[in-house]
Design a protein around this ligand. Structure first.
Ligand code: F6R
Length: 609
């Protein structure tokens, strides 16, 4: 959510800032801007919309300078127009900001009363004027920033430029991530290591409350009490090459088609084929003693957690509580003594999930983060990490992160069940063997791409779409509906199929496509779902049915479209059935002509509450 870059070097920084912003564009794309120091004075270029617009502006009006900051915005306060685009600046200070300054109204009033004039509707501009005010009072830049930071409430990562000081670039972090990159005679700031990958592989992260002062020679970190501190410099494995779309038109398509590979990579880190067993990385607590599991996440990651609730309770017979992070943290949840709290997040930076992790840690829970980014805040702050090996996910709608989360959670469920003695070796072999088949089966599912593209023609004309499923397929129905609404802007809802007659069936008529997720199973859920489908069809509903060959045959007369999925152990079905709903959303969005990879109003990494 909002991307920041900063560079202090020896050559013109504008092209490098724009390149860094391109890598961060997935974090927000409402507007963008850069500021540099030209002969000691702040110069800026800003543009509404995507980085391409900023790039065009800079080509028309080039900007030089060897120190600079850049920003790509996801609007919180103020419309996404040029006036509200970052960097915000006065004659003495320029600032880029990711996060929210919660007390900005009170500060703005105070600063306006002191005679300072504001140009934008943003919360960020108070930071500019606060620092300017302290500089005017005679404080040197570092102290002026330190004094200003003490006045801010909320979450922020900041990049700060001071007029007349081309030898200085300042960063600060409270709640939003910020990385420092070490170059050769040049230094960098970035929202994440991905932005800095082509510039350097040597990265240090600011801790909560840290400020950092960059010069050409290096970085000096200060903690929340303004004391100099050392922060570890690590080597990141990220490649500097700009991640491409390969033969695909969109990142989302590329990422959907990468799933057989990345599910396999993720599984290989935990699955021993010779033994037919699952081994988790070392955990600093005894799994066998865990009395309860609490799962917290947002959005798609939450739906992965919902599948895991079914898996864990069924296999390990351990109670699972699950909540979306924004609700969890404010409802004073009752946690079990010695309980395990699982946090699921692609980015590892989602503000609400991170806050929930900190809460659970403070309450003495064992904390495990399932993240795709091993250098993220959640990875660094949890007791243990189970990594999804999805690789960088650039499309804003999550796809391969979801199925790799499911893969990790499936392994975790088996390991917990074994540790608890709830399943025996034979069952472990059967379940992990079924998991090992998933990459190959996922490739078979992808072969239905063209058929699903045809179905998308029918869905693209709809105003409302319903997704139905039971058990773990209920979670996939919710995920399918989320995918469709976020990239095609068609209203969609996921329901537990059995809930239809308690209200939603009133929506059914011949204009509402009903997407049914119904793998064959051991619990008669298929039969129950099939009955719900008959009730829907009897009321004019047009059904798209995803099931295995047997289920498809059963529904061939009833469903408008039926797609035969591979016949698999029902345990792994949710991983495979996630794929057709991703494809359906993707093709519908393409037909509607939306911006598939960067849908309106969204951003990839939600670092504000
Ligand atoms: C939907 C989507 C979001 C994220 C959510 C959590 O396609 O991508 O719903 O799943 O914002 O993000 P992470 O997983 O980074 O915590």
């Amino acid at each position: 959510m909002c991307g920041i870059v900063g560079i202090i070097g020896r050559k013109d920084v504008a092209p490098l800032l724009i390149d860094g912003l391109r890598r961060l564009e997935y974090r927000g794309y409402d507007s963008a801007g850069i500021a540099t120091l030209v002969n000691g004075s702040i110069d800026r270029r800003r543009a509404e919309g995507k980085i391409a617009n900023l790039d065009a502006r800079v080509r028309e009006q080039p900007i030089d300078g060897t120190v600079g900051i850049g920003h790509t915005r996801w609007a919180t306060h103020g419309r996404p127009n040029e006036a509200n685009a970052h960097p915000h600046a006065s004659a003495r200070v320029a600032v880029v900001h990711n996060g929210i300054i919660e007390n900005f109204q009170e500060l703005k009033k105070e600063l306006q009363d002191a005679g300072r004039a504001f140009e934008s509707d943003t919360d960020t501009e108070v930071v500019v004027h606060l620092i300017h005010h302290h500089l005017d009072q005679g404080l040197p830049p570092v102290e002026a920033v330190q004094h200003s930071l003490k006045r801010l409430n909320g979450a922020f990562a900041l990049g700060i430029l001071i007029a007349g000081r081309h030898d200085l670039l300042i960063g600060a972090r409270m709640g939003s991530p910020l990385a420092v990159g070490y170059g050769d005679g040049e230094m960098f700031l970035g929202s994440d290591a991905l932005a800095l990958a082509p510039l350097t592989q040597r990265i240090a992260y600011l801790d909560e409350g840290d400020m950092v002062v960059l010069t050409l020679e290096g970085a000096t970190f200060y903690d929340a009490d303004d004391q100099p501190v050392a922060r570890e410099v690590r080597q990141t494995a990220l490649s500097g090459a700009l991640i491409g779309k390969g033969e695909h038109r969109h990142f989302m398509a590329k990422e959907i088609f990468e799933q057989p590979q990345v599910i396999g990579d993720t599984l290989n880190a935990m699955y021993n084929p010779a033994q037919g067993s699952i081994t988790l990385p070392d955990l600093p607590f005894d799994l066998a003693a865990v009395p309860k599991v609490t799962i917290v996440a947002c959005g798609t990651s939450y739906y992965a957690g919902l599948v895991a609730k079914y898996w864990i309770e069924r296999l390990a017979r351990v109670p699972v509580e699950i909540d979306v992070a924004s609700e969890f943290r404010y409802r004073r949840p009752v946690l079990a003594d010695g309980g395990l709290a699982l946090f699921i997040s692609q980015s590892g930076e989602t503000a609400d999930t991170l806050a929930a992790l900190r809460h659970c840690k403070a309450e003495g829970q064992h904390t495990v983060a399932i993240v795709n980014s091993p250098e993220s805040s959640m990875a660094r702050e949890s007791d243990a990490v189970l990594q999804t090996l999805a690789g960088p996910e650039i499309g804003v709608a999550s796809t391969k992160a979801f199925t790799t989360q499911l893969t990790v959670l499936a392994c975790f469920s088996i390991a917990l069940a074994r540790a608890k003695g709830a399943i025996d070796r034979k069952a472990e072999q059967a379940l992990s063997g079924a998991l090992a088949e998933v990459p190959g089966r996922a490739a078979e599912v992808l072969a239905h791409d063209e058929r699903i593209r045809d179905i998308a023609q029918f869905v693209a004309d709809a105003r409302d779409v319903l997704y139905l499923g039971r058990g773990t397929s209920y979670a996939i129905a919710l995920e399918g509906a989320l995918k469709l609404k976020e990239i095609s802007y068609i209203h969609a809802e996921g329901y537990a199929a059995g809930e239809m007659k308690h209200g939603p069936i009133a929506l059914i008529d011949e204009t509402v496509p009903v997407i049914v997720i119904a793998p064959d199973d051991e619990d008669e859920l298929f039969e129950k779902t099939a009955s719900n489908v008959q009730e829907t069809v009897a009321r004019g509903g047009k059904v798209v049915f995803f099931s295995d060959a047997h289920g498809v045959e059963r529904m061939s007369e009833t469903a408008l479209y039926a797609i035969p999925m591979p016949t698999v152990n029902p345990f792994v079905a949710p991983i495979l059935y996630a794929i057709p709903v991703q494809l359906l959303a993707y093709h519908t969005a393409v037909l509607k002509g939306t911006d598939v990879d960067q849908p309106r109003n969204l951003a990839k990494s939600v670092t504000v509450e």
